[in-house]
Design a protein around this ligand. Structure first.
Ligand SMILES: [Zn+2]
Length: 299
C-alpha cells in the first residue's frame, strides 16, 4: 500500500497528523499527562527520515530543458516586438492566469497560524492568577486562609504573592511562612491551581494539583510552629489528603496523587533539597504518622 500510494500525499497526510498531535500535546494538559514528550518528537523525526530515505532511493530527475518565457512571466516585462506595415510595436503578453491554488494555500496557512496564536494566548492567560477578577481572588484567599487556619489549629492568614515580592518569579520557592505574624505567602501559580481545584471543579488530579495542595498544607504546618522542613513536609503530605477532599477532589484521585507525591519525595536525592528530605519516621506506623490506625500512608 505504501509503495503504491502517492508519496506526496502520504507525506502531507503524515505531517498534518504529526502537527495535530504536537498541537494537542502543547495545549492539552490531558494529552500531556498521557503522552510522553518523545512521542511527538519521534513522529516528526520519522516523517523527516522517510522523506530523506525515499528521496535518496528515487531515480534522479532529468535535467530540466530550457523553457522559453511564457505568459506566467508577464510581470518580468516579457512581450513581443512585432513589425508590420505600421512600423515596429510592442505586443504585450496575454494576461497572467490567476493562481488560485497558491492563494488558497496562503489563506489556509494564515488561518492555522491565527488559530495557534489564539490558542497560545488563551492557554497562557487562562492559567494565571492575575487574570481572575479581584472578587474571585479575594474569595479564594479567604478560603485558603480558612483551610490553613484549620490545619494550623489557630487563626492564620494566607495571601497570594501577586507581585512575587516573597516567592520570586521563576524561583523554586512556592510558599513562604512568617510564623511570628501568622502569615504565609503562596506563589500565584499555586493559588491558581488551588482556585481551579476549589472553585472551577478541576479534579484531574495531576501533579500540579498535588503540588498546590502540599504547598498550602506545608505553609500551614509552618504557621503552626514547626520549623524543621522534613517534618513539615511529612505532616503536609498527610494534611493534604483531607484538604483535597474539603476542596472537592474525589477520594480515589486524592489517594492516588498523594501516593505519587510521597514516592517522589522519597526518591528525591539532590543535595539542594537535602533539608527537605523526609525523615525515616515519615512512614506508616512511624513517629510522624498522624493516623497510626490507618495503614494507608500518607493518605
Ligand atoms: Zn518550608
Amino acid at each position: 500500500m505504501w509503495e503504491n500510494a502517492d508519496r506526496a500525499t502520504v507525506q502531507a497526510a503524515f505531517r498534518a497528523a504529526a502537527l495535530v498531535v504536537v498541537l494537542a500535546w502543547l495545549f492539552s494538559d490531558d494529552v500531556r499527562a498521557w503522552v510522553p514528550i518523545w512521542v511527538p518528537i519521534v513522529l516528526l523525526l520519522a516523517a523527516e527520515l522517510e522523506f530523506v530515505f525515499r528521496g535518496r532511493r528515487e531515480a534522479p530527475r532529468p535535467a530540466p530543458s530550457r523553457i522559453p518565457p511564457g505568459p506566467e512571466d508577464a510581470d518580468l516585462g516579457f512581450g513581443e516586438v512585432v513589425e508590420d506595415d505600421d512600423g515596429i510595436r510592442f505586443l504585450p503578453p496575454p494576461a497572467r492566469p490567476e493562481r488560485r491554488g497558491r492563494r488558497l494555500g496562503w489563506v489556509v496557512g494564515a488561518g492555522i497560524a491565527a488559530i495557534i496564536v489564539l490558542l497560545a494566548v488563551r492557554s497562557d492567560r487562562g492559567a494565571t492568577w492575575a487574570v481572575l477578577s479581584e472578587e474571585a481572588r479575594t474569595t479564594a484567599e479567604t478560603r485558603f486562609t480558612a483551610e490553613a487556619s484549620r490545619i494550623a489549629g489557630k487563626p492564620v492568614r494566607i495571601r497570594c504573592d501577586e507581585g512575587y515580592s516573597f516567592t520570586g518569579a521563576g524561583s523554586d520557592t512556592l510558599g513562604i511562612a512568617f510564623p511570628g505574624s501568622g502569615l504565609a505567602y503562596l506563589d500565584p501559580t499555586i493559588c491558581r491551581a488551588l482556585y481551579d481545584l476549589a472553585f472551577a471543579g478541576d479534579h484531574r488530579g495531576d501533579q500540579r494539583a498535588a503540588d498546590a495542595l502540599v504547598v498550602l498544607a506545608h505553609e500551614a504546618v509552618h504557621l503552626a510552629g514547626e520549623r524543621r522542613e522534613g517534618v513539615t513536609e511529612c505532616l503536609a503530605l498527610q494534611e493534604a489528603g483531607p484538604l483535597a477532599l474539603r476542596l472537592g477532589m474525589p477520594e480515589g484521585t486524592t489517594r492516588r496523587i498523594l501516593r505519587t507525591a510521597f514516592a517522589e519525595r522519597l526518591s528525591e536525592r539532590t543535595i539542594i533539597r537535602a533539608a527537605y528530605a523526609l525523615p525515616s519516621s515519615c512512614r506508616d506506623g512511624g513517629a510522624l504518622d498522624r493516623r497510626p490506625d490507618d495503614p494507608r500512608f500518607p493518605f
